[in-house]
Design a binder for this molecule. Structure first.
Ligand code: NAX
Ligand code: ADP
Ligand code: K
Length: 498
């Protein structure tokens, strides 16, 4: 499990150590230089003789970068620091000069332009323009340098190591403004930051290395990412005396005469994830039974529900079933996944064991229904903020699907999972995810209804397993939604052994 902490929490945790004279910047710079040396060795076979350029901003982030540059210069690296502000960290600059690093300035756009060639020839560029003190996108000559580097072809671009965070990202909310230099590696200090986990900023971070500075961080982390090893603790693994009803019965109200596939795929997801039993309601019964003879078609007692996948807005009959099921779930404290065609059936307020699973367009529509002026593009630019808004407005746990799936529940519970390959962006994949999450909620129904933050953890686990299954289905290549569902049992088994 990777925890991230916002800038204020990191600063608060640094304070007592700084007051006690602990050399945090020295520790950060040493770790940064060690990681850069490793990058150089991996890329060139050796450290000495390579070229490293430092993009240096006005604050302590620039200071870390200069101190790391000094350590690299002492190992025989040709280090050039590009100062982008009138003010520069004095100690860092002195250290670099003492180590015979080269210092140039780019205080206006013309000077920045003139350095483009130098930067492109570097083996590694350290992005030390802005760290946790950055406000908005990079401004001034630093922005010009970033734009020049960002415009280079991938093959001609130096490797980029971001210092603490890629400069210009919204450290606390994962947004990005203007050009951000995509890093191959981010070396972050003291704790992971939300921007390194949240879309869209996290895409700029590359691999993330967290350097332990000895900070004592308390309270709830801002955003969490579950790791493979966390799944076993959340998964409803049957005990020796289990029977199908103990393991959880999932009611599925999905699909329609027009979209029978959604029902088949959702049921495949639930069965692949290990549900005790599925009861299906809807017009796709014959297709569901043909694919899964173990399914029971019709009404009956269930522990949890999945509602709305593949239910068209004009399918009055199936929408009535979904509405009845939702009312029943709310009246009896049964967890429910509410997807696609059932999202607009939601009453004003629901408990957190109701989990919404919209994609960005559906989340925008849900927020518009509640009076917000929001487009799909707005949601994509700030997914976490909009998922939080939807949670605040409805009370539901919200799982917002995407390349990185964001989950928000009560009491500040937030997850960001980036487990699937881009191949997973394929029709029906979301229906499979709904089935997986339904199986988890059915298997842990009474706990999910009693522990307000458990549904969010289960939703994150479902996204992780779904993404893993997509990798298993066809490593490195295209997958179908059905292929993902078929790979679920193997993926779950692998994770339970982890
Ligand atoms: N306090 C410490 O001893 C430690 C600090 N650390 C480093 O210090 C960083 C934070 O340092 P600072 O608080 O000095 O802040 P930063 O270095 O992140 O940046 C703040 C400076 O950038 C300017 N600025 C803000 N937004 C800008 C924008 N959009 N465009 C251009 N300039 C902008 C501000 O005017 C200010 O001068 C961390 O990210 C980390 O790298 C680490 O070394 C750990 C220990
Ligand atoms: N770029 C991407 N990389 C990895 N997974 C993705 C990407 N884009 C979407 N996904 C995942 O694919 C699934 C798509 O679901 P959804 O949008 O509901 O499609 P459908 O309605 O066709 O099932 C979600 O689980 C989502 O998280
Ligand atoms: K930075």
């Amino acid at each position: 499990m990777l925890h991230s902490w916002d800038a204020a929490a990191v600063r608060a945790a640094e304070q007592p150590l700084l007051a006690a004279g602990v050399p945090l910047m020295g520790r950060a710079a040493f770790a940064l230089a060690t990681h850069v040396a490793r990058v150089l060795r991996d890329a060139r076979g050796r450290v000495g003789g390579s070229r490293v350029a430092l993009l240096v901003g006005s604050g302590n982030n620039g200071g870390d970068t200069l101190h790391a540059g000094a350590l690299l210069a002492r190992r025989g690296v040709q280090v050039t620091a590009v100062l982008t502000a009138a003010r520069t960290h004095a100690g860092g600059l002195e250290a670099l000069r003492a180590a015979h690093g080269r210092v140039v300035t780019a205080l206006d756009d013309a000077a920045a332009e003139a350095l483009a060639g130098d930067l492109a020839r570097a083996d590694v560029v350290l992005d030390g323009l802005l760290g946790i003190g950055g406000r908005g996108g990079v401004r001034g000559p630093g922005a010009r340098l970033v734009a020049q580097l960002a415009a280079l072809d991938a093959g001609a671009r130096p490797l980029v190591v971001a210092v603490d965070v890629p400069s210009g990202v919204g450290v606390d909310d994962g947004t990005r403004t203007g050009d951000v230099l995509d890093a191959d590696l981010t070396v972050t200090f003291g704790a992971c930051k939300p921007a390194l986990l949240l879309p869209p900023a996290a895409a700029a971070a590359g691999r993330v290395e967290v350097v332990d500075l000895g900070l004592h961080l308390t309270g709830r982390p801002a955003v969490v990412r579950l790791a493979a090893a966390d799944v076993a603790g959340l998964w409803p693994v049957p005990g020796r005396d289990a029977h199908k009803y103990v393991r959880g019965v999932l009611g599925v109200v999905a699909g329609s005469a027009r979209y029978p596939g959604a029902a088949v795929l959702q049921v495949s997801g639930a069965i692949g994830a290990g549900v005790g039993m599925v009861r299906y309601q809807g017009a796709a019964g014959p297709q569901v039974l043909a694919a899964h003879p173990e399914v029971v078609v019709g009404e009956g007692r269930v522990q949890a529900w999945v509602l709305g996948s593949g239910v068209a807005p004009d399918d009055d009959e199936q929408r009535a079933r979904a509405r009845d099921a939702l009312e029943h779930a709310l009246a009896h404290g049964e967890p429910a996944v509410v997807d696609a065609g059932a999202l607009d059936l939601l009453p004003d307020r629901v408990p957190p064991h109701v989990v919404l699973t919209p994609h960005a367009g559906e989340l925008a529509a849900l927020l518009r229904d509640r009076g917000a002026d929001v487009t799909r593009a707005d949601v994509e630019a700030a997914p976490w903020a909009h998922a939080r808004r939807a949670h605040e407005l409805t009370g539901a746990t919200v799982l917002l699907k995407g390349g990185t799936t964001v989950v928000v529940g009560p009491h500040g519970a937030s997850y960001a999972q980036a487990d699937g390959p881009p191949w997973l962006a394929t029709a029906g994949a979301g229906d499979v995810l709904g089935g997986v999450l339904g199986a988890l909620l059915a298997g842990r129904a009474s706990q999910a209804a009693a522990e307000p933050t458990l549904p969010a953890a289960l939703a994150a686990a479902a996204a992780l397993v779904h993404g893993r299954a997509a990798h298993h289905a066809n490593p490195g290549g295209p997958v179908s939604a059905g292929g993902v569902a078929a790979a679920l049992p193997g993926a779950v088994a692998g994770l339970l052994r982890a």
